[in-house]
Design a protein around this ligand. Structure first.
Ligand SMILES: C[S@@+](CC[C@H](N)C(=O)[O-])C[C@H]1O[C@@H](n2cnc3c(N)ncnc32)[C@H](O)[C@@H]1O
Length: 249
């Protein structure tokens, strides 16, 4: 395994199979997770028991940073995360995680060994299967938070299409929060076409990302996507038919 130090000092990796880093080396693996996903999602969620969909587990930063952030609270969380690469997850016992994850050592070891972790307040389940298959089969309760953190549309287009977000709409709670590092108009349009309200989330430590919700969020200023459709030249969202994949929905 080749570990790569990102700009905030935390380590990530490069996937030869997908030709991409697991995190932005510029924003930093930990910063990207904290400031683009965990902080915005948790700050917009008032529930005491939180059900999360983490697309996809990868090096586990989003799931682990969630536990780290809620460690000393009274909240409980259940995270469900599809991941196609079982060998990667098994190898995480040796990954050089940030020092702040030290209290999570037993969580990391258990996930690497069994693909799951269960304590009274925290549960993580990794499903070693295709993410879209997972979504299609999901019959559990709706998710309060979705971390949309797949590789980019170039290498993982099936996680950014209108039809993919239609599946997300089926499994997210109506007041659920979706976070993603992408701020690209075609991605926002794919969400918008499915009825999501779209917001930019900004934090000085990272480049801006997107928040989406089926309900209006009073705390943030909504982007006028109808207007974007008129004035923007590059807004066409991806569709399954464009990428020629066969996904039975
Ligand atoms: C950008 S990384 C996720 C980073 C992760 N969220 C983290 O915080 O470390 C994308 C992950 O998607 C996984 N992946 C790619 N194609 C997939 C598929 N069809 N189904 C499930 N997982 C997939 C890759 O193996 C990779 O681990």
């Amino acid at each position: 395994m080749k570990f790569i130090q990102s700009e905030d000092g935390s380590f990530t990796m490069f996937s030869e199979r997908f030709g991409e880093h697991y995190h932005s080396t510029k924003d930093g693996a930990l910063s990207e997770s904290l400031y683009k996903h965990i902080i915005p999602a948790l700050s917009l969620t008032t529930k005491n028991h939180i059900q999360i969909l983490d697309i996809s587990f990868g090096l586990g930063f989003n799931s682990l940073t969630t536990l780290y952030s809620l460690w000393n609270s009274k909240k409980s969380v259940e995270i469900h995360s599809p991941e196609i690469d079982e060998e990667l997850v098994k190898s995480l016992r040796d990954f050089p995680y940030p020092k702040i994850f030290e209290p999570l050592e037993s969580v990391i070891l258990e996930i690497a060994e069994t693909g799951k972790y269960e304590s009274e307040r925290f549960k993580i389940y990794v499903y070693f299967k295709d993410g879209r298959e997972f979504l299609k089969e999901w019959r559990g309760s709706n998710f309060d938070i979705v971390f949309q953190d797949a590789f980019s549309p170039k290498s993982s287009p099936e996680f950014w299409t209108v039809e993919y977000f239609k599946e997300i709409k089926r499994v997210i709670a109506c007041n659920g929060i979706l976070t993603t590092y992408s701020s690209a108009t075609p991605i926002r349009m794919a969400l918008f076409e499915n009825g999501f309200h779209i917001y930019t989330y900004e934090h000085q430590k990272v480049r801006s990302g997107t928040i989406a919700s089926l309900n209006r969020l009073e705390e943030l200023e909504e982007i006028d996507m109808e207007r974007k459709r008129v004035v923007s030249t590059n807004w066409k969202p991806l569709r399954d038919e464009d990428i020629a994949i066969q996904v039975e929905l």
